[in-house]
Write a protein that binds this ligand. Structure first.
Ligand code: ZN
Ligand code: ZN
Ligand code: FE
Length: 758
């Protein structure tokens, strides 16, 4: 007999991994034990050397499909006299473990049962097993077992109990296990004053959808608003009722094949769509897609996702059409998740509401992913991912809570060698969003059983997340520069602690000097950074107003490029802006009244986009920037001129020559697509030239591309193509490049600051 201790790291908790190991061991005649530990699963196995070798091979080469093994390490241990293989409860290990896994999409086995007339769960919308179903969103406490979930009010029937207790069964210890006998049930309420039919609720919902009605649907982490995505009038109505401007809606389709009829899908994108996390995936819409233009009026990107609950599968099958499925909320408020709350808040928005009696304990919005220049990149990390840990290559000394930034807020808790992002909170613009933020922090602290000792926040004094951190006076409070945090988030994702050259491009972020940064080159580690490059600032006349009235930025570019006297043909590009408004903005810039300087590369996109597309306004953050990216003519390879000013500290990219060249192009009636391409090419060239200069001066450091602007595929791919032969290039994958990913970097920087203090 020989003995081995095998440590498995990765996504191995809450996916049925322990029972699977147990079955495998018993089949092979291996004795020992398996249990969860804080970092994954550990196995102690005893058998003959030959059998053990095969057992480990099997674990390595043919793992459970729902598990994702990041690392498997084995070491010999002394033989023990055992006669069986057992699953040991997590508590027995005596160490605290995060036992709550993320929610997972309905697995293949469960989907089959759902459609099998002979199965006792035929068409049962709450079917699940150890490999799938709700988890994080139903957990009310720890450890993760049925008593500490919202399923505790349902008592398992005999048949369900037998499955739950049988280690050979797919539902062994599946905490939300249920069936039509004993589990939750579905119901449809009309909110439009009509009576709902009691029988065949799904057929009724499908019928309403086919008549252009808006139906709210209770999902895993909250309610969606659904309507027929092929019906323009229905989609318009939904937009009006939800007060949603032109931001695209996500669309749920029944199958990968159906997704392929609406959008172009690469194999990587197909894998993302089908992954157990089931994010919304941003894809290129097909010209001939049978879909209302109102779904995404302003962009050729289309967000699609596949059903992830049995209820979705059944609803899509009954409706037989793609459905808009957008978070049920008004404007920027958090997603609705309680039945009474939903009925109250959705009155006047939804015509009916499809709901059930399994409570949602924790709100969790859909996640969003996109393949950016070949790399699957998460843009919003929430349902399906939270609370899965991110492993740190250097443990934090004390538990840290990092509060994130302002837009697309998420927070992060780091403890020992793991970091946990909370769910997507959204923009911290409303009282409801702030309440959600605080409540979610409390809950994450509870389920991680951790009390942070350090709290990190953005340097911006006006952010509600900053003010929240400053109320936690019982903790050590550390302010962290926004772009430093962006770079360190990316370093952490790649397990890098040594110095890198960070390129942080975004819309805005508070700088150490009190001005807005966002086009910054930082030589940095978690401990410190040096700002070695930036962009020439733009005056934002009217401050935040300029973000919506992007013509103000366009004008500021002209004013700067022509030394305060742009020619008539240049200002004519701002067609539709009254000359009195132009004059006012000119005066604000010249007298420096409410015209703060901003260096965000995102603002250059706004400004150039406004001039070349004749777009005076942006209805939501990034709208003009995204449109500007998509019009670019790929066959245009030349670039606008620019300068790099090395007399300043930090060095400065000056795009005034590019502005003048673009004005000449537009005066000569060049298509906006050509102007866009030359603008992108100029940014790519300027970035790589500045990197060359910095490498020569500071040594050959790896480059970290981060910030919301790197959601722009043309720019990310363009820069990577130019520099990848010269040096290592880091890009985001598992942590969002935008402000949704910033909290991780904040946590690690705060930890480093506290270490420095001793
Ligand atoms: Zn399942
Ligand atoms: Zn049952
Ligand atoms: Fe940012």
């Amino acid at each position: 007999m020989a003995g081995y201790r095998i440590e498995v790291r990765g996504t191995v908790q809450g996916v049925g991994f322990r029972p699977w190991v147990c079955r495998l061991a018993r089949r092979m005649g291996v004795v020992g034990r398996v249990q969860n530990d804080p970092r994954g699963v550990s196995i102690e196995a005893f058998a003959s050397t030959a059998v053990l070798g095969r057992f480990i091979d099997e674990l390595r080469t043919d793992p459970l499909p729902t598990a994702r093994i990041a690392e498997l390490r084995e070491a010999p241990i002394p033989d023990e006299d055992l006669d069986a293989f057992v699953i040991e409860s997590s508590e027995a290990s005596g160490r605290k473990a995060l036992s709550i896994p993320p929610d997972l999409a309905t697995c293949e086995d469960c989907t089959k049962e759902l459609l099998d007339e002979r199965d006792r769960r035929f068409e049962y919308p709450f079917t699940n097993c150890t490999a799938c179903g709700p988890r994080f969103t139903i957990a009310t406490g720890i450890p993760y077992d049925r008593a500490a979930t919202t399923m505790s009010e349902f008592v398992m029937c005999e048949a369900c109990r037998a499955e739950f207790d049988d280690v050979e069964n797919r539902r062994f210890h599946a905490q939300p296990n249920a069936c039509p006998e004993c589990g939750p049930s579905l119901r449809l309420d009309r909110l439009d004053g009509h009576a709902a039919t009691a029988s065949n609720v799904l057929a009724h919902a499908a019928e309403l959808l086919s008549r252009g009605k808006v139906v709210a649907v209770k999902g895993l982490g909250g309610f969606h608003l659904a309507c027929d995505a092929t019906d323009g009038a229905a989609v318009r109505r939904l937009r009006e009722r939800k007060h949603r401007d032109e931001k695209p809606f996500a669309v749920m389709v029944q199958s990968l094949a159906e997704a392929g009829a609406l959008a172009e899908i690469s194999s990587e994108e197909g894998a993302l769509l089908s992954a157990a996390e089931r994010p919304v995936v941003l894809l290129r819409r097909r010209q001939d897609a049978r879909l209302a233009v109102e779904v995404s009026p302003d962009t050729s990107l289309l967000g699609l996702f596949l059903p992830y609950t049995p209820l979705h599968h059944l609803l899509l099958a009954a409706a037989r059409r793609p459905l808009v499925m957008t978070s049920a909320n008004v404007s920027d408020e958090p997603i609705c998740f309680e039945n009474d709350e939903a009925r109250r808040r959705l009155e006047g928005i939804a015509d009916a509401i499809l709901l059930h009696d399994r409570k949602i304990a924790m709100r969790c919005d859909d996640s969003v992913s996109r393949v950016i220049a070949g790399v699957p990149t998460i843009m919003r990390r929430s349902r399906g991912f939270v609370p899965r840990p991110i492993y740190l290559s250097r443990p934090v000394a004390r538990p840290v809570l990092a509060c994130g930034a302002h837009l697309n807020n998420t927070f992060c808790i780091a403890m020992e060698d793991t970091a946990y992002f909370g769910p997507h909170i959204g923009d911290l613009e409303t009282v409801a969003a702030l309440d959600f933020f605080e409540e979610a922090i409390e809950r994450m602290q509870t389920i991680l059983s951790v009390r942070p000792e350090v709290v990190a926040h953005d340097l911006h004094p006006g952010y509600p997340s900053t003010r929240y951190a400053q109320t936690r006076t019982e903790l050590s409070v550390v302010g962290v520069q926004h772009h430093h945090a962006h770079v360190v988030s990316l370093m952490a994702e790649h397990g890098i602690c040594d110095q890198v050259l960070g390129v942080a491009y975004d819309g805005t972020g508070f700088g150490e000097d009190g001005t807005s940064w966002g086009g910054d080159f930082l030589l940095c580690t978690a401990e410190r950074y040096e700002r070695v490059g930036t962009f020439r600032p733009i005056r934002l006349a009217g401050g935040n107003l300029a973000m919506r009235e992007v013509w103000r930025i366009g004008y500021a570019l002209l004013h700067d490029a022509y030394d305060g006297a742009p020619p008539r043909n240049a200002t004519a590009l701002l067609d539709g802006v009254p000359s009195s408004s132009l004059l006012l903005v000119k005066q604000m810039i010249e007298r420096e009244i409410n015209a703060p300087r901003a260096r965000g590369v995102g603002r250059y996109f706004d400004g150039f986009g406004a001039l070349a597309l004749g777009r005076a306004r942006s209805t939501h953050e990034g709208q003009v920037a995204i449109a500007w990216d998509q019009v670019a003519n790929t066959s245009v390879v030349d670039a606008y001129p620019y300068e790099i000013d090395r007399r300043t500290t930090p060095w400065e990219v000056d795009l005034r020559p590019a502005v003048r060249a673009a004005v000449e192009d537009l005066a000569a009636s060049a298509p906006p697509g050509d102007v866009s391409a030359r603008f992108h090419n100029a940014l790519i060239a300027a970035t790589s030239e500045l990197l060359d200069l910095l490498w020569a001066e500071r040594g050959n450091l790896p480059v970290a591309l981060t910030g919301g602007v790197f959601q722009n595929e043309r720019l990310a791919a363009g820069i990577e193509n130019v520099i990848r032969n010269k040096n290592e290039v880091l890009r985001h994958g598992a942590v969002p490049p935008g402000d949704g990913g910033i909290a991780l970097g904040q946590a690690l920087i705060a930890d480093a600051v506290m270490r420095d203090k001793g």
